[in-house]
Design a protein around this ligand. Structure first.
Ligand SMILES: Cc1ncc(COP(=O)(O)O)c(C=O)c1O
Length: 306
């Protein structure tokens, strides 16, 4: 059949296979970032205005953009609501970034290992994926410098807070060092942070994009891990040079993110109810982590490291 050339690069979806495996009742999967079903919050739709059923703005709902910008500023990301684009899950950020930057053979830089679905979309567009190894506190800086010197990649894609799949959280020092290197070489940073809020201690290092002085950047987050992944609501915040291009790509992809989900997300973001819910989530997952650690110790203590 005469499909596009890029479709030949579409790998059978590992993500789909992982999700299918996780559906089997006898399987407890740690491979996908699925929220615990028991912790999905009850949501109320009663007060949603009928107008949310109408077409909306490609940028996203203005109030939600304001709330997301305020949240990002509190984390140390200097931004205005005009730099916020509401997307259909942070997965769409990766799709839009791929369209913006990748031609067949474009070199990009990734952590090794990295998020499978990111790899899938970057490869679909024909990227030549270079990698930098991860250590316990972030990327190997010497190797990062070598990659940047020798290749000038179109962008670097990083998950600095509870990296998927390694769970690595970059140290303060590595965050600063990565920002300095990207400024030095003028390489765009795509920083993906779906898991930031699910922290089990007080350590909460500020995003790398807020430490950049010159390089362009895209910061992306989502309500998938803390509210409901089925809403398909995420966001990107971009440096002003990139925003207009990403907005046009968003418009051509799907006009705008579903307004019903955006309305629901707005009922939570920045509210006391959300703070309470996040605190319950952290306690719940911390407890599960501790139980799992104890079970591993009991059954695998003399067989494996983790
Ligand atoms: C690192 C990373 N980025 C992006 C996503 C996609 O999330 P969303 O549901 O917002 O599209 C996930 C989901 O597992 C993820 O782990």
């Amino acid at each position: 059949m005469a499909f596009s050339e890029r479709v030949s690069r579409l790998k059978s979806s590992l993500i789909r296979e992982i999700l299918a495996a996780a559906q089997r009742p006898q399987v407890m999967s740690f491979a996908g970032g699925l929220p615990a079903e028991a912790m999905l919050p009850q949501v109320d739709w009663q007060a949603m205005p009928v107008s949310m059923g109408q077409y909306g703005m490609s940028e996203g709902e203005p109030q939600l953009r304001e709330a997301l910008a305020a949240q990002a500023r509190a984390l140390g990301v200097p931004c205005e609501a005009s730099q916020v684009l509401v997307v259909s899950g942070s997965q769409q950020t990766l799709d839009l970034a791929a369209k913006l930057y990748i031609d067949k053979g474009s070199e990009i830089l990734l952590e090794a290992p990295t998020y499978l679905a990111a790899l899938q979309i970057f490869q679909l567009f024909g990227a030549d994926c270079l990698t930098v190894p991860l250590e316990a506190d972030g990327p190997d800086l010497a190797q990062l410098r070598v990659r940047l010197e020798q290749h000038r990649p179109a962008f670097i894609y990083l998950i600095p807070t509870f990296q998927n799949p390694s769970a690595v959280r970059y140290s303060e020092a590595k965050r600063d060092a990565v920002a300095a290197l990207l400024d030095e070489f003028g390489v765009t940073l795509i920083e993906d942070e779906p898991y930031r809020e699910l922290t089990f201690d007080d350590g909460n290092a500020a995003p790398i994009v807020g430490r950049l002085r010159k390089a362009s950047w895209i910061y992306t987050g989502t309500v998938s891990k803390t509210l409901l992944p089925g809403l398909r609501v995420g966001y990107l915040i971009a440096s002003p040079d990139l925003f207009p291009h990403l907005l046009r790509l968003k418009q051509s992809a799907d006009l705008h993110t579903n307004r019903v989900g955006q309305w629901q997300a707005l009922q939570w973001i920045g509210s006391e109810k959300y703070r309470q819910h996040l605190s319950e989530l952290r306690d719940f997952y911390r407890g599960r982590r501790d139980d799992f650690q104890a079970a591993l110790q009991r059954h695998f203590g003399d067989l494996a490291d983790w």
